[in-house]
Ligand binder design. Structure first.
Ligand code: GLN
Length: 198
């Protein structure tokens, strides 16, 4: 059976993530209320605007269910991919899923949006062309967080257990290797689940 990946769809660029995941043979489900989280194998928190997303999450009562589902990347949690505002949502000051602090709009205002070659640890082949739109960087992190990539010495990709976060929009570049890495974690988590259920 195909994995079912939820894409938080309160606001922001969720459709491009869905297209990319569907292209990699995953089923997707738009997540707007807690019941949409039932039975998911993975979750994507897209880019957008983190203040609006925070308000939407609070309005729908999604904060606690999302936190529980991700479980800080621990053994019980499902794999999560956060991109741009999604990275911000996963940090200590928001959902607290990753032990890190994101700095919003760290690379400057919209006019300073740019593209960069990002060499992400765990992604084979040449660097990914990262699109950074008023992007955050990871300003601080604890020992359980591994930094996977830097741009100009600034941390733009990280992993904590089964949780991946990137500052850039991997869903817009037409390069699906980051989503493949994420779906690899989803596949591993499903296989582990099957083993422990057996
Ligand atoms: N600047 C946005 C924020 O702070 C994030 C931008 C993005 O997701 N492209 O929420």
């Amino acid at each position: 059976m195909k994995p079912v990946v939820g894409v938080l769809a309160l606001q922001g660029g969720f459709e491009a993530h869905e297209r990319m995941l569907q292209g990699l043979d995953a089923c997707t489900r738009q997540v707007r209320v807690p019941a949409d989280l039932d039975g998911l194998d993975g979750l994507v928190v897209p880019g957008g605007e983190s203040t609006t997303m925070t308000l939407g999450i609070a309005r729908e009562g999604l904060a606690e269910p999302l936190r529980e589902l991700a479980a800080g990347g621990g053994a019980g949690g499902i794999p999560v991919l956060g991109s741009c505002a999604g990275l911000i949502m996963l940090d200590r000051d928001h959902l607290g899923v990753m032990d890190m602090r994101a700095e919003r709009n760290a690379f400057g205002r919209q006019i300073r949006s740019f593209e960069a070659d990002v060499d992400v640890e765990g992604v084979p082949g040449p660097p990914i062309r990262g699109i950074l739109i008023r992007a955050p960087w990871i300003a601080e992190h604890g020992p359980d967080v591994a930094i996977l990539a830097q741009v100009d010495g600034c941390s733009v990709a990280a992993r904590q257990g089964k949780v991946l976060a990137v500052s850039f929009h991997a869903e817009l570049s037409g390069d699906d290797r980051l989503h493949r890495l994420f779906l690899g974690l989803v596949g591993e988590a499903r296989a582990d689940g099957r083993l422990s259920a057996a």
